[in-house]
Design a protein around this ligand. Structure first.
Ligand code: MSP
Length: 595
């Protein structure tokens, strides 16, 4: 299905009611008669969302499809923000990357061709200044810190396919080409900016926003400065109507809903052109044909999503099949760049738009935003300490299920970590796996896993528990949850399945049946069904806890069961007669000492 928006007469003539990134007095130095030309260019640019359909002319041809997030036959492209090398990695970065990792692993487990991109954002004034302070070249600082981020991600089990750096030659070359294309199409022009500037954020601030913030940076609290600069501008205002239409026609493009509403309201307040170059420092990619200017870090950074796929190479790109992104994942503070500026740039380049922009909330601590000035980050060392106590997979589970995936922030709490670990992992998942394997070993010794078939060869159902249907439903729910990016829902559905096994054990009391010779068949069926359900829950949880669920598979001797998630969760693959080992997946830990 296609999605083409006709531009109408007002396109390109922005009503400047409130500002977006600049309350600039924009004086166009453009060679072309700017607005009319840009309007024509916008009209000729085609807006299309979603993945190209089979047989289309590739990623550069308009398709006829409104986005669907997934279909298992389509390639899947998942991205995190590229992180600033000026900061040290902390829980926020690990959290976003873990969400992306779980999503990517889950999609891979369904047999999808997945590409998972992460990386580092390395240009800009802050990096230049930090390097200067240390008496080193910005490149050296970027090299050190980028490697630090990369190692951190690997240590936290993030299985990315590509790690892009904005200082990579492959990135820089393509950014130059993309900007040149925008210039050629007259979506970029030389103008003059005068207004407020947040030096720390390297961002222009509108008069009204500056006043609201008491003329201080919303992030660092430092005073805003008055700036007057010649800049290249991107004609964001030309995309006013198209962006509004994009939101109307794709209500789930930006999630959670609260973020989408905020962004749309801000768009409706009126878009202004965006200054996309700087002259006050040199650490960046030069503007094509004008080396006095470097490209604004945000524009430079956004291009990473397509430079990593070599899209500037056109049909030569081997990786073009991954575009458009299935989902860009980030926190809410950068949703504007991803949900407004980025789609407008893509429209200008006539490239398809991402399927989804998911902007989660913040991890906070003691009810306060984590910040450098408060020094209250859950930093990498602290997080590593938690991993030492609870294990990496348990921390992944905790981050995923208790993190700020929706619109609401999550407060970090040691007590909550202990409670979730103890209730859901030790007492539910670990305990159920351990008691089931140990009952099988106790009652069947060398005979291994019993069979659920009765003497006539038919499956024996115990009470109301139709386990093949229950496990199938849980699998379907998990898949649906992942499709809607309800990743905690997927994890808790799988653990809930194990909780059901616990209830089943309490109700059917296999330990009592074991004493009654006449209940032999029933006991066998119950224990088979418990073990098979735990196995299936393990498959569903693999994306969240790959190592622990690998240990479970090892203990059940089911590591040889291959195939897609749907195939591996089909009922009845645990072989009667196979030997299982007792497992202790999650050791008990001491409660945290009160602060
Ligand atoms: N470099 C830009 C992104 C460019 S993407 C084209 C940037 N980098 S950042 O290092 O500041 O990373 C911001 C991202 O880190 C957030 O959007 C979020 O994904 C993650 N988090 C940082 N702090 C966070 C919390 N306190 N809580 C949750 N995630 C947060 O912005």
């Amino acid at each position: 299905m296609g999605f083409v928006i006709s531009c109408g007469a007002s396109c390109g003539v922005s009503t400047i009611r409130s500002a977006v990134m600049a309350s600039a007095a924009v004086k166009s130095y453009s060679r072309l008669s700017s607005k009319r030309q840009a309007t024509r260019a916008v009209e000729s640019s085609r807006l299309f969302l979603g993945r190209r359909s089979r047989g289309s002319r590739g990623v550069f041809a308009p398709n006829r499809q409104i986005f669907t997030t997934t279909s298992s036959s389509e390639p899947c492209y998942v991205t995190t923000p590229i992180y600033y090398v000026n900061d040290k990695p902390h829980i926020g970065h690990v959290y976003t990357s873990t969400l992306a990792d779980v999503y990517a692993r889950f999609q891979r487990s369904q047999g999808r061709d997945v590409r998972f991109l992460t990386g580092t954002d390395e240009h800009g004034q802050k990096v230049e200044q930090s390097a200067e302070k240390r008496g080193i070249e910005p490149q050296q600082l970027a090299d050190e810190n980028s490697a630090f981020f990369r190692d951190a991600m690997e240590n936290f089990g993030i299985e990315f396919d590509d790690f892009i750096r904005t200082t990579d030659p492959r990135h820089k070359e393509q950014v130059t080409k993309f900007i040149q294309q925008l210039k050629d199409k007259d979506f970029v022009y030389l103008g003059e900016f005068e207004g407020w500037y947040d030096e720390g954020q390297e961002e222009y601030v509108t008069e009204s926003t500056a006043a609201e913030q008491d003329f201080k940076s919303a992030i660092s609290g430092k005073p805003l400065v008055k700036a007057k600069q010649e800049n290249y501008f991107f004609r964001l205002s030309a995309f006013q109507d198209k962006l509004e239409a994009m939101f109307e026609e794709n209500p789930d493009l930006v999630l959670p809903k609260a973020r989408s509403n905020e962004v749309l309201n801000r768009i409706k307040a009126g878009l202004q052109d965006v200054p996309i170059s700087r002259t006050s420092f040199t650490w960046g990619i030069p503007m094509p044909d004008d080396e006095e200017h470097v490209i604004y870090v945000w524009i430079d950074a956004l291009f990473n999503y397509i430079s990593a796929l070599q899209l500037a190479e056109g049909d030569e790109s081997k990786l073009a099949k991954y575009w458009p992104a299935t989902v860009h994942i980030m926190a809410k503070e950068i949703v504007w760049f991803h949900a407004v500026i980025w789609p407008a740039v893509l429209m200008a380049l006539e490239l398809p738009l991402p399927g989804r922009v998911y902007a989660h909330g913040f991890w906070i601590r003691d009810g306060k935003k984590m910040s450098k000035s408060l020094g209250n980050f859950v930093d990498l060392e602290t997080l590593t300490g938690y991993c030492d106590t609870y294990g990496l997979d348990s921390i992944r589970y905790f981050l995923l299920t208790q993190g700020p995936i929706g619109a609401i922030d999550s407060n970090w709490s040691d007590e909550r970590l202990y409670d979730i670990y103890s209730d859901e992992l030790v007492n539910t998942l670990g305990n159920c796996a351990s008691r089931t394997t140990s009952m099988i070993n106790k009652y069947y010794k060398q005979d291994g896993v019993p069979s659920e078939m009765d003497s006539s060869g038919a499956r024996r159902q115990v009470g109301e528990y139709d386990w093949p249907a229950i496990t199938q439903e849980a699998t379907n729910t998990c898949v649906e949850c992942v499709e809607t990016f309800d990743l905690p829902g997927a994890a808790t559905t799988a653990v809930g399945l194990v909780g059901k096994v616990d209830t089943f054990i309490s109700e059917t009391e296999p330990f009592r049946l074991a004493k009654d010779e006449s209940k032999k068949e029933e006991l066998a069926a119950i224990l088979y069904q418990c073990m098979e359900t735990v196995r299936i829950a393990g498959v569903l949880l693999e994306s969240v806890m790959p190592e622990k669920m690998g240990q479970l598979e090892e203990a059940l001797g089911t590591a040889e069961i291959k195939g897609t998630l749907q195939e591996r969760t089909a009922w009845g693959q645990l072989q009667p007669g196979s030997l299982v080992k007792k497992v202790a997946l999650f050791p008990r830990v001491d409660p945290p000492t009160p602060a």
